[in-house]
Design a binder for this molecule. Sequence first.
Ligand code: AMP
Ligand code: MG
Length: 269
Amino acid sequence: MKLTQELIVKPGKAAKLKHRNPDDTPGFRDKSEAEETLEKNIKRLANLQFRLYAEQKRAVLVVLQGIDAAGKDGTIRHVMSGLNPQSCRVTAFKTPSAEERAHHFLWRIDKAVPTRGEIGIFNRSHYEDVLVVRVHNLAPKSVWSERFEQINAFEKLLTDNGVTIVKFFLMITKDEQKRRLESRLQDPDKNWKFTPSDLAERKWWGDYLKAFEDALTKCSTPWAPWYVIPANKKWFRNLAVSQILVETLGKMDPRFPKPAFDPAKLVVK
Ligand code: AMP
Ligand code: MG
């Protein structure tokens, strides 16, 4: 079965996160078996990106979400390593600034949407406004509960205007997060990735899972599907994300534009 079919949250169906296993590696037994496929995918992705850029008609928006230490940064570093920086734009969404807070929640998002020919990658996204905002009561329920529909409408608008949207939820277990946070504390080269508030956030694990369950269930649409990536094993996470991107861009089949002149009739003297 194709990974897109295996890992998708079917539109209109519950995400059922409790039934998904972050240790799963469907289709692959171990890292060594996956290495070749990952390399191939990265090369294919580079080729597809180049054609998308040449075509200048459509864009791709990749949304990465996941709990702290789920591997959002690592996915970008490993899977996007073959991309041409010229037509790739990564945006990390942090706590909104005063200016951003003065606007509606999609204002800062819309500004970062990739332009025709580009692949845009969101490290966190508008989904924070139904995740962290919900878990910590940063807005009343009457406000955040309306956002699922607003997000679906916004993503439909983008899709209708040539932006293909792919959304990944990197799913790890609480134990795996513990291991990763510990290594951020123990390894001096990883200290910078640690924020003491990560420990406080861990206490809200159940609430985050519930918020993710809801967001994925309500916002996996035919035009902007969610994929749940089993992410305890980094090699499988990288493989699955690269594979789904290759499948998605492959289906788009971007083409080099036909020249508006007849190259056979022109001579460079
Ligand atoms: P990091 O991705 O580790 O650099 O952390 C970014 C932080 O910004 C996380 O704690 C997010 O929860 C927070 N954040 C991102 N978007 C929002 C938002 N819309 N409202 C509140 N906090 C946010
Ligand atoms: Mg962090």
